[in-house]
Design a protein around this ligand. Structure first.
Ligand SMILES: NC(=O)c1ccc[n+]([C@@H]2O[C@H](COP(=O)([O-])OP(=O)(O)OC[C@H]3O[C@@H](n4cnc5c(N)ncnc54)[C@H](OP(=O)(O)O)[C@@H]3O)[C@@H](O)[C@H]2O)c1
Length: 422
């Protein structure tokens, strides 16, 4: 192996082009080949040896490190092939890692190569490597964050400009913050992949993404944001994972992604627009928070190139690159079902404007042992309907759902929105 690190790049879109631009100043790192979908597409950067066949990159004997910034689970076979061919991997592909990380990391361990993926969670924020290195003395109990810039941008605009969800989505699409098909972001899939990856390294267990509770922001209305604001909260899409005691076990993980009412005095309530934040709680460090750009050409390239440089600094000095980056987990976490978790809730209830509504809500809650910490009826609207806002004390999700079913048996009452409160 020469002293020049030879890169095989897969993907030359937003992140790939950023990587090429940032690597330009390094004489000792060379991109020797690159795979794309469309060979004829115009690009900001010139690259030699373009191919449409990503497998060519994975099997090229000259390549030391495969940098995969194409995205999607379709890259699984390609990266498996690269690992079998003893290539180190740098990837930004959260979906692939969240869905198939176990197979990839097992194969990488067998072949003594590293997979680095700083860009896969929170783009430009350094979070994976700090957890694995400088914070490794900690036993963590909680990780939570705003891990999706698109949804945070939409919620910020809804709050600041008092606009509807759809108006803000359109704004985000015009500015390039949201894709034409925004499902991955607005339905919480992107944040779910990221919290799965974070939970894996924070708690040292493999995570089944099918058991992560996921709810997006599409049901949030401008009125919810306005009422939350009046009550001292912001609404954020929070991805979180915490260790809980459940059924005589103390190692159960509660992992979820959903809109959350966050008290305004919590630092995460101040995270605006496309910015991301990750909070960790553990011993001995207590609480730490990382804030920064969660996406974009250069912030993401910062993390990808940082991983490439890490490999570059080790590759000639050691057979095993950064042993702490090799994944040694082989057990799956015990993940709790959302129905079995305890939360406080905000309810927005639509009802006929007639006497006794508040009484009916109070007695339904009482029947399921749910204490109320706040209840108010707002002014009736033009259709002579009443809006009742409730905030509950802690109760089981399953009791809350049973209570809602019971309440809605009265066809004059509808729980329009249920949002968990931090
Ligand atoms: N964008 C961000 O800010 C950001 C932040 C963090 C992580 N990521 C992750 O980084 C990855 C790339 O994101 P991106 O925004 O750069 O995507 P993008 O702009 O859509 O670029 C994807 C690139 O991959 C190429 N490609 C797609 N399928 C391919 C295949 N089968 N073989 C070879 N090349 C293929 C495309 O080729 P053509 O150009 O020819 O179509 C394109 O150059 C994704 O995993 C994403 O989740 C992105």
């Amino acid at each position: 192996m020469s002293n020049k690190l030879k890169i095989g790049l897969i993907g030359l879109g937003t992140v790939g082009q950023g990587v090429v631009k940032v690597l330009d100043k390094y004489d000792d790192i060379e991109i020797i080949c690159c795979a794309v979908n469309n060979l004829k597409k115009k690009r900001d950067v010139a690259i030699k040896n373009l191919t449409q066949d990503a497998m060519e990159i994975a099997s090229n004997p000259e390549v030391d490190v495969v940098v995969e910034v194409a995205g999607g689970v379709k890259m699984l076979d390609v990266l498996m092939e690269a690992i079998k061919n003893k290539k180190h991997i740098v990837t930004a592909n959260k979906e692939l890692l969240a869905r198939h990380g176990a197979a990839l990391f097992d194969l990488a361990r067998k072949n003594q190569v590293s997979i680095l993926y700083e860009a896969a969670v929170a783009g430009g924020i350094p979070i994976i490597m700090p957890i694995k290195t400088t914070l490794s003395a900690n036993e963590f109990t909680n990780v939570a964050g705003i891990l999706n810039g698109t949804t945070n941008y939409i919620l910020t605009k809804m709050e600041e400009e008092n606009l509807s969800y759809l108006d803000c989505l359109e704004k985000a699409q015009k500015l390039g913050y949201a894709e034409t098909d925004p499902t991955g972001d607005v339905e919480g899939y992107d944040a779910m992949y990221k919290i799965a990856i974070l939970s894996n390294i924070v708690f040292g267990k493999r995570i089944d993404i099918n058991r992560i509770y996921r709810e997006g922001i599409t049901k949030i209305d401008a009125i919810d944001i306005q009422i939350a604001d009046e009550l001292g909260y912001k609404i954020k899409l929070i991805a979180s994972a915490k260790k809980i005691n459940h059924e005589n076990r103390d190692d159960v993980l509660d992992i979820r992604v959903h809109p959350t009412l966050v008290p305004k005095n919590k630092p995460i309530a101040d995270i605006k627009n496309a910015t991301n934040a990750v909070m960790l709680t553990g011993f001995p460090v207590d609480k730490v928070m990382f804030v920064g750009p969660g996406a974009g050409e250069f912030p993401t390239a910062s993390s990808v190139v940082g991983d490439i440089l890490t490999i570059k600094s080790e590759i000639h000095s050691s057979k095993n690159i950064l042993p702490m980056t090799i994944c040694h987990h082989d057990k799956y976490a015990y993940q709790v079902d959302i129905e079995k978790t305890i939360n406080c809730y905000y309810l927005r209830i639509d009802a006929d404007n007639e006497p006794g509504v508040i009484g009916k809500i109070g007695s339904a809650c009482g029947e399921f042992g749910i204490n109320l910490s706040y209840i108010i009826q707002r002014n009736k609207n033009s259709q002579d309907r009443a809006t009742v806002i409730v905030i509950t004390e802690e109760c089981y999700e399953q009791d809350m759902n049973k209570m809602i079913t019971k309440l809605e048996k009265d066809n004059k009452i509808k729980v329009v929105n249920k949002i968990r409160v931090m």
